[in-house]
Design a protein around this ligand. Structure first.
Ligand code: UT7
Length: 337
């Protein structure tokens, strides 16, 4: 018996605190760092983002994941006990151990599932979806929960104006279910690649086992994100374009066969450059970066959820998910919704 995998439910959740560019300008000014609303809007397309309250357990990464998962379960008509596998894609785990997936399992009450984290940074949701697709297609798992969730605000250096203005917090979820192999509506293909030689373009030096956080390193912000934005920008445009075309080619489709393009929401200019490069109309590109900034592994599932819920994405349409992230990691997943 052949199986395929289909996304039957999506959900998303964000912290309550809306932080506008103006709020950031004021926050940075107190630290002696200059920025302005216009620069942020023109260079990134971002107007505001949500920032989690770390002292509120309801806004921990896994708690946002639970809210997103509950909405996805409701859409799929499933209960937490139906879930057999939980894949939590994140580079900002609640704790190093246990995994954020285990925290979520506990809080959600998904007692029949096994749970693990995946860290592919901003490509995490695509990597997680690919793993779920493999398990479901092999027949080992009937129902998988894939989350992309982050609280990146905990890892921002607010004195680094080129990175702190970009990121936000949130979580998106998808229920992936087994369907017969000849189903029209299914995940069609996935395409992943990593290039660890480019680690220096985006990384957090301290806090892992190779570099403990000492008071000296703390004061140097070595436990916070470091990024070479301009280099990342160029690679992002090239790889997002390449992976989009690769996924279409594999399925013998052209750009005209695509109904929706769902790129990683890092910067509106990156998205526009990719659409231009692959000659795809911006009206069919899903974007929410202006409201939430870059939520890393959460960008694709949250913007996807928005379009499913407001009826833009309809059953039978062709939807292409496409990301890049720290690592570097890249990937695309083509879906017939
Ligand atoms: O999930 C992946 C995460 N990372 C990314 O996607 C990053 C991709 N890269 C980017 O989005 C862009 O490169 C940035 C938004 C980070 C920067 O935009 P840019 O247009 O590439 O600017 P730049 O780095 O070339 O800097 C241009 C100028 C510099 O000033 P000088 O040297 O020309 O005087 C920066 O210091 O803009 C300055 N600048 C700022 N000015 C006001 C950088 N950040 C800011 C800021 N406010 N927040």
């Amino acid at each position: 018996m052949n199986f395929a995998a289909r996304i039957t439910g999506t959900g998303s959740a964000f912290p309550k605190n809306r932080v506008t560019n103006i709020d950031i300008v004021e926050k940075l000014a107190k630290l002696g760092v200059e920025t302005d609303d216009r620069w942020i809007r023109e260079r990134t397309g971002i107007r505001e983002r949500r920032i989690a309250d770390v002292d509120n357990p309801d806004e921990h990464n896994s708690s946002l994941g639970v809210l997103a998962a509950q909405k996805a379960l409701e859409m799929a008509g499933k209960t937490p006990e139906d879930i057999e596998q939980i894949i939590y894609s994140t580079c900002t785990p609640d704790t190093l151990i246990p995994s954020t997936a285990c925290w979520l399992q506990h809080k959600l009450g998904a007692t029949q599932a096994w749970a693990m984290d995946i860290n592919a940074a901003c490509s995490g949701f695509i990597y997680g979806l690919t793993v779920a697709d493999q398990f479901v297609r092999s027949g080992q798992v009937n129902t998988s929960l894939v989350i992309g969730g982050e609280t990146l605000s905990s890892f921002l250096n607010w004195e680094d104006r080129s990175s702190c203005i970009l990121f936000g917090d949130g979580a998106g979820a998808a229920i992936v279910e087994q369907v017969p192999g000849d189903s029209r509506r299914r995940i069609l293909s996935s395409h992943l690649m990593s290039d660890g030689s480019l680690w220096e373009l985006m990384y957090i030096p301290a806090g892992g086992s190779s570099m403990e956080v000492t008071p000296e390193r703390y004061s140097q912000y070595l436990h916070k994100i470091k990024m070479k934005g301009r280099e990342v920008f160029k690679i992002a445009v090239r790889t997002l374009s390449d992976f989009a075309l690769r996924a279409l080619k594999k399925n013998k489709m052209s750009i005209d066969d695509l109904d929706w393009f769902v790129p990683h929401q890092a910067n509106r200019r990156i998205i526009e450059a990719v659409a231009n490069r692959i000659d795809f109309p911006m009206e069919k590109v899903l974007i929410n970066v202006e409201k939430y900034g870059n939520t890393s592994a959460a960008t694709v599932p949250t913007v996807l959820d928005e379009a499913v819920r407001d009826g833009r994405i309809k059953g039978g349409q062709t939807v292409l998910l496409d990301t890049f992230g720290a690592g570097l990691t890249y990937g695309a997943v083509l879906i017939r919704w």
